[in-house]
Design a protein around this ligand. Structure first.
Ligand code: ADP
Ligand code: ZN
Length: 722
């Protein structure tokens, strides 16, 4: 027997199947999709078995497979096929396409820090047991009554009696896998769906296979609809995948699913340890969990029969993997798996991506709408405060209106959420006298000030240095910390409202395991009046007592050099606005901005997504951006900037020769020109159809695959172009 093995070494040169001989003792366990250990040059590597052949004439010289890594296959036929498709889509290596499907604990080089643990149980052997006395009798009685009992329970009675019983062969030992997470099933009262919700559920479950865009305003009961559809397929014995952006994968969200579906739910998110993720993956693999709720990579959940795939907040850019390769979009993978399983794929959002809405408008997707909130109240009232005027009257970051309204909420014992929009924004140190700013010596990036360690850090390469008091350029003691952080806002807020109980939620305060969960729970119990935070507070949270949402600085995310910055700003502001007035009481929203007339901000006032969509579509058409054109970015990087640039020019010329109907822009230096002393150039392509593109790219990649001075990366539909 001969097996074709793809080894776990992500390099284009070795990204193919190598043949190995299967020794006698392994023949019964070798299957396609199982992992094995093989000799490779001077190394021993893990790899996936992708082919199994009869012994061939010339297979004498082949080396032996050393051992198998897992007891069972880790990738089934569907996923093996999906990996090949993904490779072709993204032009990444095949091995990276398989690795991205598996939990970290199943990756080579990860070491064996994650092991499967077992719990021991006992039951009675079916042989005659004579009458016993004392603790021996107690043990046997318990086993008789309960059938299977854990070792711990029995040793609590008497460990010496247990030993005696075992030595007489009265008991049989059983091992069961021990999962690190433990779920308590809770009681649950089903909500009666509104007629509109009911209609959405009916449409999807009756029509079945296909793509649906569920455009429903915040608080319109989308999550409730998802759960109803999942329940429908669960009753048919089918599984479901629910993707949510990492940031809204809050304990609250998971809790809602657990309340309804108990331990059929597996949750995959970054707060889990590698071991916990591995356990959740195994529960899915074995079919013990039928519903997975997770971030991007949960789209690869190894279910055998999928009933429905749901992508909530489908506009979120967290569904696109930018780095490392494979640079895939979870939405595309969802369509592919949907085809395989003949199941519906539902994209949900209050602010759909332009791409998806455009397809729905053209009838490529079924458009479903939930235009009203479940509570029957309108969307919250939005006031826009022009900070150009406000700053003349007040110092600090709070306009009079926002201050007054917070005050009213405190009096009425209602709750407030405040968002500090910090995307692409950070606190940096500069000199008041000469304008000097601290930059990273390896990257072209301003260093960020970290108060807790009193250091300046580079977010790209990790470089750090101590903060000086004197400017290294002019020698004056005039360094100032620019840019506001949540901490600074918290101090200001506490000065304005000394009685207020403020909860600050950002990456600093939630880094400890379980903190996020604890904070949300305590805010829900109304132990705090104000929740202040970054993007984390914008999405997915459902608090009934929140009647005011304030955005300190609505426009910072507008300043990012990206064609999607308006879209991202509009959707962030609508999302956070949607946290207000979700229950009986009316909600209010205050947006503070320096650009009150910018359409991405002014249109939030009436939460008029369709008006925003129209206006933004016009701009995209004029500038030839998605969804009118596809984009693709080629990045060339290396240590020698002029060499990289010269090769980039050659690549451009070759593209011009080989492609027609494609607009080729560049090469130009990337926004982040230097990262860790590697220089980066990019070429952007705009095109309508990509029939020849992948072939041409594949040639270019092949040409450079052994070149150590130049790395070429390709990103289709890039979500960011830094
Ligand atoms: P969305 O996901 O669209 O923001 P949710 O599903 O979170 O909306 O619903 C908003 C709130 O309304 C939640 O507290 C939810 O429990 C409640 N809700 C949703 N549907 C119903 C219903 N049919 N009856 C009663 N309450 C509902
Ligand atoms: Zn750096």
């Amino acid at each position: 027997m001969v097996a074709g093995v793809l080894v776990e070494l992500s390099h284009k040169n070795v990204d193919r199947v190598f043949l190995y001989h299967v020794p006698e003792e392994l023949q019964s366990s070798i299957q396609i999709g199982i992992r094995v250990l093989v000799p490779f040059g001077k190394m021993e590597l893990e790899g996936f078995v992708l082919e199994v052949h009869e012994k061939q004439e010339d297979s004498m010289e082949l080396k032996d497979i050393l051992s198998i890594v897992d007891q069972t296959i880790v990738l089934n036929q569907e996923l093996l096929q999906l990996g090949k498709w993904l490779q072709n889509e993204t032009l990444g290596t095949l091995i990276s396409c398989y690795q991205v499907m598996l939990p970290k604990a199943l990756k080579a080089k990860h070491g064996n820090s994650v092991s499967i643990r077992f719990d021991t149980f006992y039951r009675l052997n079916s042989i005659e047991i004579p009458p016993l006395k004392g603790s021996q009798k107690q043990i046997v009685d318990l086993l008789f009554e309960k059938g299977v009992v854990s070792k711990k329970e029995l040793t609590d009675i008497s460990s010496s009696s247990l030993k005696t019983l075992l030595s007489k062969n009265y008991l049989i030992e059983e091992k069961k896998e021990h999962y690190r997470l433990f779920y308590q099933n809770t009681s649950f009262v089903k909500k009666k769906l509104t007629p509109m919700q009911e209609e959405v559920v009916q449409t999807v479950t009756q029509k079945g296979e296909g793509t649906y865009l569920l455009y429903g305003v915040t608080g319109s009961g989308k999550t409730e609809v998802y759960m109803e559809m999942i329940d429908f397929y669960l009753k048919q014995g089918k599984s479901s995948i629910v993707l949510v952006p990492e940031i809204s994968l809050t304990p609250q969200m998971v809790q809602r699913f657990r309340e309804r579906f108990g331990d059929s739910v597996a949750a995959l998110h970054s707060a889990l340890s590698d071991g916990e993720k591995y356990d959740e993956w195994r529960r899915i693999y074995r079919g013990e969990a039928k519903i997975v709720i997770g971030a991007r990579s949960a789209i690869f959940a190894p279910f055998e029969k999928i009933g429905i795939i749901i992508i909530d907040e489908e506009h979120s850019d967290s569904y696109k993997q930018s780095d490392p390769s494979p640079r895939y979009h979870a939405r595309d993978v969802a369509f592919k798996r949907g085809e395989f399983h003949h199941c519906p794929v539902v994209l949900g959002s209050a602010t759909p991506s332009l791409e998806s809405m455009a397809r729905a408008q053209k009838g490529v997707y079924h458009l479903l709408q939930l235009p009203e909130r479940v509570n029957g109240k309108g969307l919250p009232k939005v006031s826009i405060v022009d900070m150009n005027d406000a700053m003349k009257k007040v110092r600090g970051h709070f306009s009079k209106l926002l201050e007054e309204e917070i005050g009213k909420r405190l009096e009425r014992k209602e709750q407030v959420i405040l968002l500090l929009n910090r995307r692409g924004y950070s606190s940096f140190v500069s000199c008041k006298n000469c304008g000097f700013t601290f930059k990273c010596p390896n990257c072209d990036i301003t260093l960020t000030y970290h108060k807790s360690s009193n250091t300046l850090r580079c977010h790209y390469c990790g470089y750090g240095e101590k903060v000086y008091t004197k400017c290294p350029e002019c020698g004056e003691e005039s360094l100032q910390n620019l840019g506001v952080g949540t901490q600074k806002i918290e101090e200001e807020l506490q000065k304005l409202f000394s009685q207020a109980r403020i909860l600050r939620m950002d990456y600093d305060t939630t880094s400890r395991k379980g903190m996020h969960e604890e904070m949300i729970a305590s805010f829900k119990r109304c132990e705090y009046d104000i929740l202040l935070g970054t993007q984390m507070v914008a999405k997915g949270l459902d608090f009934s007592q929140v009647t005011l949402v304030g955005v300190i600085n609505a426009d910072t995310s507008l300043n990012i050099p990206d064609f999607r910055s308006s879209e991202n700003t509009y959707s962030l502001l609508s999302q956070v606005a949607g946290r207000s007035g979700r229950a009986e009481k009316e909600g209010m929203v205050i947006l503070q901005t320096f650009n009150p007339d910018h359409y991405a901000i002014s249109l939030v006032k009436n939460q008029d997504y369709l008006a925003f969509y129209q206006q933004e579509m016009n701009i995209r058409r004029r500038l030839k951006y998605p969804p009118y054109y596809y984009l693709c970015m080629i990045r060339m990087s290396g240590k020698d900037a002029s060499y990289v640039f010269d090769e980039a020019l050659k690549i451009k010329r070759s593209l011009e020769r080989n492609l027609s109907n494609v607009e080729i822009l560049g090469p130009c230096s990337s926004n982040l020109f230097r990262v860790n002393n590697i220089f980066r150039y990019q070429i952007i392509l705009k095109y309508k159809t990509d029939s020849e593109l992948r072939k041409v790219f594949a040639k270019i990649l092949e040409h450079y695959q052994a070149n150590s001075k130049l790395k070429v990366d390709i990103d289709f539909n890039p979500s960011q172009m830094l």
